[in-house]
Write a protein that binds this ligand. Structure first.
Ligand code: ASP
Length: 373
């Protein structure tokens, strides 16, 4: 048997047994250690729960679409973006893309980021108006520019110049009705001083949640979707309309690399939904990937950042009577072996698709109870 054959046999045996090949590290080298690289991986896609809920009148959810493209050999980033496009265009999801709940002035402003593991490239847009699928504009930034993040009017001008259709208004009847109801509650005399207005805005949103007009996951709401193919290529995307009735121009975590999304092609991917400010403060997706680089399982890496968020949440307005955070925050994580996890501050769901088809699974919560109890 030739040397070449022996090497090939080793690769096949390794793949079958799920054995990994360690990357070498020179002792004392300042270079970050590289995680074990799998010889072969079972493809998998993970996302927030809306990735296995909305179909935009088609026959596939986001995770299903992404998985079916990945297993046909399509680029992993193209696949996860085609998945989230379904949710961006579905008017029934009022937390993402077309029909996303607007900002305080009634204007839908969208954020998105994406990262391509093998190409080591990234692109993002923030506070983008008039383009229903911001993830495609983020991908265009990744592919066509030297930049990683373009925001506001610049992002819209960029999208227009790249041939994206700019819509006058991305509100749907539902998102406009919700905004009008909120506005009516906070602005009965048309003007309030800014402090009172912010307080009234928060109170009105809580009342609308309590009355069942709004769902917590849509006050905050986003889709993150990450995938890996059989070659171990990892990509991810996050796209959102952000926090409902935010101050115009507010960027959440979704367009910020290391917060709403982080991918290292040799290590894994992590993305988030939930209170963006908590994630921005702690740059959790980056930290999760670094934890995995040091060998942590996706679930343990996620738990680590949830503990950090809890420890860094000390303002009374953000705490429940029991001293725990009064908000939800969730992470969707996969590593280069195809192991994955959904973790959250309080119990919720996440979506996953593998060879057994699309599934909705329970996340691993850090704390018992709910954000609002
Ligand atoms: N993380 C998003 C933001 O803060 C919203 C969400 O997912 O709930 O903009």
């Amino acid at each position: 048997m030739s040397k070449k054959m022996k090497r090939r046999d080793f690769m096949i045996t390794s793949a079958a047994a799920g054995v990994t090949i360690a990357a070498t590290r020179v002792k004392g080298s300042p270079v970050a250690p590289t995680m074990l690289i799998p010889a072969a991986v079972q493809p998998v896609v993970v996302s927030s729960a809306n990735g296995n809920r909305f179909k935009n009148r088609g026959n596939m959810t986001a995770v299903h679409k992404a998985f079916s493209m990945i297993t046909k050999g399509e680029d992993v980033l193209d696949s996860v973006i085609a998945g989230v496009n379904i949710v961006e265009l579905d008017p029934l999801d009022d937390s993402v893309g077309y029909g996303g709940l607007p900002n305080a002035e009634g204007v839908v402003q969208l954020d998105s980021s994406c990262m391509h593991g093998p190409k080591k490239r990234a692109g993002a847009v923030g506070a983008l108006e008039g383009v229903s699928r911001p993830s495609l504009v983020a991908q265009s930034v990744l592919e066509n520019t030297d930049h990683h993040l373009i925001v506001g009017k610049g992002a819209q001008d960029y999208a227009r110049s790249m041939g994206f259709k700019i819509e006058d208004d991305l509100n749907t009847e539902n998102s406009r009705r919700q905004w009008l109801e909120w506005k009516r509650r906070i602005d009965p005399q048309h003007y309030l001083d800014p402090a009172k207005r912010a307080e009234a805005g928060h109170r009105a949103a809580l009342e609308m949640l309590a009355e069942g007009l709004l769902r917590e996951e849509n006050m905050h709401g986003t889709i993150n979707c990450d995938g890996i193919n059989s070659k171990g290529e990892i990509c991810g995307v996050t796209t959102t309309s952000g926090l409902a009735w935010k101050i115009p121009g507010r960027l959440g975590d979704s367009p910020i690399l290391g917060a709403g999304l982080y991918v290292d092609g040799n290590v894994g991917a992590a993305g988030s939904t939930g209170r963006g400010e908590a994630n921005l403060y702690n740059l959790c997706s980056f930290v999760i990937v670094e934890e995995m680089r040091r060998g942590a399982h996706p679930k343990d890496a996620g738990m680590e950042v949830l503990k950090r968020i809890k420890a860094n949440t000390i303002e009374k307005r953000l705490l429940k009577a029991d001293g725990n955070p009064n908000f939800g925050i969730n992470f969707y994580i996969l590593n280069a072996k195809g192991e994955h996890a959904g973790v959250s501050m309080y119990a919720t769901k996440y979506a996953m698709c593998n060879e057994n088809g699309p599934q909705t699974l329970d996340t691993e919560p850090l704390l018992p109870g709910k954000p609002g109890d």
